[in-house]
Design a protein around this ligand. Sequence first.
Ligand SMILES: [Ca+2]
Length: 346
Amino acid sequence: MSVRKTKIFWSTSVALLLVAAAWLWWSTQHQQGPTAKRATPEKMSCALPVQLAASPHPGMVWVPAGSFELGDTVYPEEQPLRKTSVAGFWMDRTEVTNAEFAEFVKAAGYITEAERGPDLKLYPGLPADMRQPGAVVFVMPKDVNTQGSATQWWRYVAGANWRHPGGPATSIEAHESFPVVAVSFADAKAYAQWKGRSLPSEAQWEWAARAGQAQAARDHEQPKAANTWQGIFPVVNSGEDGFVGLAPVGCYAPNALGLFDMIGNVWELTSDAYRPGHGESASGPPDQVPRGMATVSARQRVIKGGSFLCSPDYCMRYRSGARQPQDDDLGASHLGFRTVLLAPGP
Ligand SMILES: [Ca+2]
């Protein structure tokens, strides 16, 4: 072996050893805490504290009026900060569960948009697989091109809906305490109206998530007491927080107002139409957005709170000020909601 070849051999060997050592270290770090937790099955429900019998609206908590700066400073769509005030209101202390949504569906005979399918008059250019009823599902890829698009892990799955969140082969059996997902804006609104309530505005939602602390949004750390993503998105999910996928509602400590899972678990729909920012220039019509291969003038809402898919290396939207657009008529496996009620306080 020549001197040059020997050098190359040793350089390569040292590099391989370093990579192996790094992988071993990472594995060890993530086996002692997280994987030990995952050795036990993920919980199917979590006990919620009993509310005071005197509460006029069981299952809801009072959010007092307040003034604060809407938005945050991490991503462009959350800026600029805007002074906002909200009046007091009641809010569901958890995300709406499968059991609660099932009660509504049964009583109202309601069929969700994901079960009915897209309005083909609105989407004449949709590819064949997206013309069928369905919803968008996160599917963990084996490998990923970091320069590529999110379609590497988001799939439109025919037959996916709130009863079958991962597609026809999946079910919500024994998942009564999990947040309902794959619902559209109209579905969530119909549920809220059936309950005599409404969906929160973005400002109401954000103020509630901050639990009355005007400066709470300046903390950009990944929260420990929330269902988010630990590992390397979207290919390694250590489940360090106890859940690889969705968690039942109420598994983490509530915020100071008694609201559970405002951050993480599922994104939550609001009643606000989406604009790409909080500035004056953001008051125009919604952007043209792609849906499949078609570009349509979709109506979009603001969604809040991030989900079990939010990670520091890809989407640090596990913050009260974070926001994203969501097509009104498109359900997704990381999207749910909760309701609010405008009524006198306690
Ligand atoms: Ca998690």
